[in-house]
Design a protein around this ligand. Structure first.
Ligand code: 3HC
Length: 702
């Protein structure tokens, strides 16, 4: 039976229990039409005298995954009945409503379940309030009802981190009333019928489950210190505190106010953009229909250095066996020790147990002979960044890898086509550019060679997903997307020093913008020798960084770089020799020193970065501007609250950027601004980056 005149909700009655089954593929999001239908259905069963109890369940693979994120920013997002009102309808029912949960119950989805009188879940269901990850707090009572079901400290932790819990844990803590190991709907009906004869207690009428005040304060402080300037986790902590200190109605009203304020703000818009960007990046733009990823069971990794070991760990962390190939037993032993050390740190920090460490270590094998790779589905080369060495590795791999195996290179700059050309199977060769430390960093640039097959790309994307990373497909060019844009950004760093800024001032301007650290501190941490080698290869110079390297000052690892690091300390102090080096570079360039504002620092470093992104789009190296935003937020630390460089730029306005670049070019004579060609063309056409990206995908732009 349909109810509410809608396709969203079906009703079936059995022994005076009405089961409402909601279906809105793919994830049962609660958009306006869905809410309207559900609300009507709930009110209908509420007044039906035949109905003694209600079961609310979803069809498809999951319970409600939350409010409809794609609806945010439209008037439907808050249109009545909004989720808060729908939850109030459930809460006000005078007969028990049981939420029957499978798959995930997230955000507004869990809030609906919290507003029901009881919750029953399958053991592998996940329950969470991930709104902070979208720059929001729960807006339909989550922060007020959850601490009435579980201890306030536990609620605070769940809401401020956004991390879900498994049904078993939810059951132990009181969030779930029963676990269903058999048929969920059957179990829920039986449970509902049993409860029909007991007095009802709506969640809203329960008292808050108080917990240790000191622990509550400590978790709130932790949320604030980890928020790195983001508003949502702080607001979430405030809202849970309101739940503890205010009446239910006051706390709900305050929660809604905060939710609506965040929903209208830039931070949430940027984080929602990145959520959708992640989903878009999974879709191959040029793939023929029905492309299927190849199986991925055993992985081989050539090279057990920092990168190779990290890649192996990223697979082992997710239950996939990985074998590392090294030249000698000694090198293999060094790799093993590196991996052991890294896992021991995780055990010490409490992020994994000793048992978990043992399982992961056991999943990583070692070999000194290519023969060990005969059965691998994917082999990733992570040897030194040298074309000839890499080509030799691929010749060897081509001889032993089974037909259909994927051969990937972890190069960060080199031409994937030249590497693929030494094999008889260039279609099976792909770039997988990991970022260090590879077991931690979320990004993989997946480099499509001229002949790379679609199913190879799909498998590389799947490998990224399985290992908890974001894969973004890019084309072949020097440095691919991220490093090529980085070069454009960094080109201005030295110039700013020569004109009178200090590393401290520039780094601070970056941190104030939202970066975790500034470019000079970052270079010192990564090692100045890396950029030095790259510049030499490309025939480029950076007078100040080159002068530091010529003195053997490579940053933190040598105790000196742009900054001074005393006795192995990580805390930077001014390098007393740097002013003389800068002065020499300024004399060489006949440059007078002048006061430089933070705005100038940000514009002169970030606008060339954006311009390079636009060039990459126009060259077809990257398919969407949102892909660039993902690369920069997931791989380079661009502040997520600003949505990535292209999103941020589109908020600045293209004409504003080009006008400002022209102004700095006139003032500084800096050559990189004369490359603002693509931006100027875009601005002239009144285009946005999003439209430009779209047009490119249709093959009719640039
Ligand atoms: N609203 C709208 N669309 C959503 C959505 C949502 N809440 N969640 C997922 N989708 C869409 C995705 O965009 C994607 O669409 P596409 O095919 O057009 O790209 C599709 O559903 C499938 O999503 P995934 O590729 O992510 O599928 P997975 O199976 O890997 O993951 C999931 C499913 C775990 C549900 C994951 O999508 C997810 O975490 N979704 C977000 C959940 C969330 O944040 N909910 C809170 C929303 S805010 C809220 O509820 C406010 C409230 O407090 C008032």
């Amino acid at each position: 039976m349909k109810v509410g005149g809608s396709e969203f909700v079906k009703r079936s009655d059995d022994q005076s229990v009405a089961t409402l089954t909601f279906e809105n593929p793919p994830v049962n999001a609660l958009g306006y039409e869905a809410r309207k239908a559900l609300n009507a259905a709930v009110l209908e069963v509420g007044i039906d005298p035949q109905v003694k109890a209600v079961v609310l369940v979803c069809g498809g693979g999951t319970f409600f995954a939350g409010a409809d994120i794609k609806e945010f920013g439209t008037e439907n997002a808050t249109r009545s009945p909004n989720l808060k009102e729908f939850c109030a309808s459930l809460d006000g029912l005078s007969k028990p409503v049981v939420a029957a949960i499978h798959g995930v119950a997230l955000g507004g989805g869990l809030e609906v379940a919290l507003a029901c009188h009881y919750r029953i879940a399958v053991p592998d269901a996940l329950l969470g309030l991930p709104e902070v990850k979208l720059g929001l707090i729960p807006g339909a009572g989550g922060t007020v009802r959850l601490p009435r079901l579980i201890e306030a400290t536990k609620a605070l932790r769940m809401i401020t981190t956004g991390e879900p819990v498994l049904a078993q844990q939810a059951f132990n803590e009181g969030l779930v009333d029963a676990l269903a190991s058999g048929d969920l709907i059957e179990a829920a009906r039986k449970f509902a019928l049993d409860k029909a004869f007991f007095p009802l207690m709506a969640t809203s009428r329960r008292p808050v489950r108080q917990s240790d005040i000191a622990e509550f304060a400590a978790i709130a402080d932790q949320a604030i210190s980890r928020s790195r300037g983001l508003r949502a986790p702080v607001a979430a902590a405030r809202s849970v505190r309101n739940a503890v200190t205010m009446s239910f109605d006051e706390a709900i009203a305050a929660e809604r106010r905060i939710f609506l304020e965040l929903l209208a703000g830039d931070e949430s818009a940027a984080l929602r953009h990145l959520f959708l960007a992640e989903r878009s990046a999974q879709k191959l733009k040029t793939a023929s229909a029905g492309v299927v990823a190849r199986p991925l069971r055993i992985v081989g990794i050539v090279g057990g250095g920092t990168m190779g070991s990290g890649i192996a760990m990223s697979f082992a962390d997710n239950g996939i066996r990985a074998t590392i190939l090294e030249l000698s037993h000694d090198a293999l032993q060094a790799s093993r020790e590196r991996i052991e050390r890294a896992y021991s740190i995780s055990v010490t920090r409490g992020s994994i147990s000793e048992e978990e460490k043992a399982v992961r270590v056991a999943l990583i094998g070692g070999a000194t002979d290519y023969d060990a790779f005969r059965n691998c589905d994917l082999i990733i080369e992570a040897v030194v960044e040298d074309m000839e060495v890499k080509r030799e590795v691929f010749r060897q791999l081509d001889l032993i890898a089974r037909p259909g195996a994927i051969l990937a290179t972890n190069t960060s700059y080199l031409d994937v086509d030249l590497i693929a050309a030494v094999t008889e199977r260039p279609g099976d060769v792909v770039g997988m550019h990991y970022f260090s430390p590879a077991n931690v960093m979320k990004l993989i640039e997946i480099v499509r060679g001229r002949e790379t097959r679609d199913d190879v790309l799909a498998t590389a994307l799947a490998a990224a997903r399985i290992t908890g990373k974001v894969g973004v497909v890019v084309g072949v060019c020097d440095g691919f997307v991220g490093n090529r844009m980085l070069l454009a950004r960094n080109a201005q760093n030295e110039q700013l020093l020569v004109e009178g800024a200090t590393p401290e001032q520039i780094d601070k301007a970056f941190v104030d913008f939202g970066w975790p650290m500034g470019p000079f501190q970052m270079s010192d941490m990564a090692g100045l020798d890396i950029g030095w080698r790259t510049r030499k290869r490309m025939g480029r110079v950076a007078p100040i960084a080159d002068a530091l390297c010529e003195r053997g000052w490579f940053g933190q690892k040598t105790g000196r770089g742009f900054y001074l690091y005393e006795a192995g300390a990580r805390q930077p102090k001014p390098n007393p020799d740097l002013p003389a080096i800068i002065a020499a570079a300024a004399r060489q360039a006949s440059q007078q020193s002048r006061a430089i504002s933070d705005t100038e620092i940000i514009q002169r470093t970030h606008f060339p970065l954006v311009n390079e992104g636009a060039r990459l789009l126009s060259e077809g190296i990257v398919a969407r501007s949102s892909d660039i935003d993902l690369i920069w937020t997931r791989g380079y630390g661009f502040p997520v609250a600003k949505g990535g460089p292209m999103y941020w730029a589109s908020r600045q306005g293209l004409s504003t950027i080009t006008a400002s670049m022209d102004r700095w070019a006139l003032k500084t004579g800096a050559s990189c601004f004369s490359t603002a060609d693509v931006l100027r063309r875009l601005a002239g056409a009144g285009a946005s980056f999003e439209r430009f990206g779209l047009a490119l995908n249709q093959g009719d732009a640039a």
